[in-house]
Every structure is written in structure tokens, then in C-alpha cells.
Ligand binder design. Structure first.
Ligand SMILES: [Cu+2]
Length: 215
């Protein structure tokens, strides 16, 4: 065995080791990182981008700010109790989804996730506006939102807006949901995107029994 042969084998071995570690390292970075991203990723991010340019009604940023701050007709807004109480049969309100980054919450009449109280039998019209420019959001009124918010079904027929895309310079996506709050009880309005209700996109929705005549 001559010296040159030994040197060649040693060199080939060293190159082989360098190549093997490089491949392992790149593999770790690429797969390891993407796995990490998959587990952390909010599916609302991808859906928001996908629906960003979807057709449908929009409101301008300026109108959304105005609508989101206004007191709904016939409602009593109580910031101390963080509640909005309707006593009439015609309930109209505007809900902004995630208007203040990075908070994930709903804003109604300037309040954060307020308790909304309506009388039984009221016709409810909720205009949901996605004010978030990098996340899809929706709204569902439901009885049992947790733990599987995205599997939840609306408590009243029509009481859901599933996913509105990212806001863009063209405006904010909006959808108005209409339903009849026919059964008294305690409900919640939540964002159906996975994880969002748990992060704060959730508020109480109470259907108060009608006062009996003469009481
Ligand atoms: Cu959401």
C-alpha cells in the first residue's frame, strides 16, 4: 500500500463526510423548519390571502371605521358592563373583525367582544367586516363553540359568515348575516377560523325571554 493510495482514500473519505453533513444540515433546515411552520401556522393566513381578491361587497377603510364606532339604532351601549342591549324586534349591528393589529378580537360600537343582548324573536342583521389585512375571519353565532370552533354549527338558520378574505386597498370584505333569534338562551358569537375564538374572537350573545304582558 503506497502513501499516495492512503492519501487518496483519506481525502475521498473526508469529502464524503463533508457532503453527507451538508445534505443532512440542509435537510434539517428545510424539513425541520417547514414542519415547525406547519404546526404554528394559522390557516386563516393562507385563506385570507386566497380570498383577498374574491368578488363580493366591500366597504372602504374610512366607512368601516365609521360603522365600527357608531351606536346601533335603538341600542343601549354600556362600556362599563361591556354590553350592548337591544329591546326592539329590529336589531342591526356592525361587527369589525380584528381592526387593531395584532389583537384578534371583534369590535362592536367601539367595544371589544361586548355581550350583545336581544329580545327573543328579534330579527338580527349583523354586518361583519373583516378589517384584518393578513388574516381571514368570519362570525358564527352558536350555542357550544368550544372546543372545536371550526366544527360548530350556527344556533339560528343563517347565523354564520364563514370566511372573509384579507382587506386590501380595494376595501374590506363584508357580509351581512340575517337570522331570527327565536329561542331564548345564552349563545356566543365566535370566529370559525381554527384557534381564533380561543385567541379572543368570541363574545356572549344572549337572547332574553320576552317579558310577559302586564309584568
Ligand atoms: Cu378570526
Amino acid at each position: 500500500m503506497n502513501r499516495r493510495y492512503v492519501l487518496t482514500v483519506a481525502l475521498a473519505g473526508a469529502i464524503g463526510l463533508v457532503v453527507a453533513f451538508t445534505v443532512l444540515g440542509i435537510g434539517y433546515l428545510v424539513w425541520g423548519r417547514s414542519d415547525g411552520m406547519m404546526s404554528d401556522r394559522d390557516s386563516g393566513t393562507a385563506m385570507g390571502a386566497r380570498l383577498r381578491d374574491a368578488p363580493g361587497p366591500r366597504v372602504s377603510h374610512k366607512d368601516a371605521a365609521r360603522l365600527g364606532a357608531q351606536t346601533p339604532a335603538g341600542a343601549t351601549v354600556d362600556p362599563g358592563r361591556n354590553s350592548i342591549v337591544f329591546t326592539g324586534a329590529d336589531v342591526r349591528l356592525v361587527v369589525l373583525a380584528s381592526p387593531v393589529m395584532p389583537a384578534e378580537d371583534f369590535r362592536i360600537a367601539g367595544l371589544i367582544d361586548p355581550t350583545v343582548i336581544v329580545p327573543a324573536g328579534a330579527h338580527v342583521s349583523m354586518q361583519v367586516i373583516n378589517a384584518d389585512d393578513d388574516m381571514a375571519h368570519g362570525l358564527v353565532v352558536t350555542r357550544n363553540p368550544f372546543p372545536m370552533t371550526m366544527m360548530t354549527s350556527p344556533a339560528f338558520r343563517g347565523a354564520e359568515a364563514l370566511a372573509l378574505g384579507d382587506a386590501s386597498p380595494a376595501g374590506m370584505h363584508t357580509q351581512t348575516i340575517d337570522f331570527t333569534a327565536d329561542t331564548p338562551g345564552g349563545y356566543r358569537y365566535v370566529c370559525p377560523m381554527p384557534g381564533h375564538a380561543e385567541k379572543g374572537m368570541s363574545g356572549a350573545f344572549i337572547v332574553a325571554p320576552k317579558a310577559s304582558p302586564g309584568s
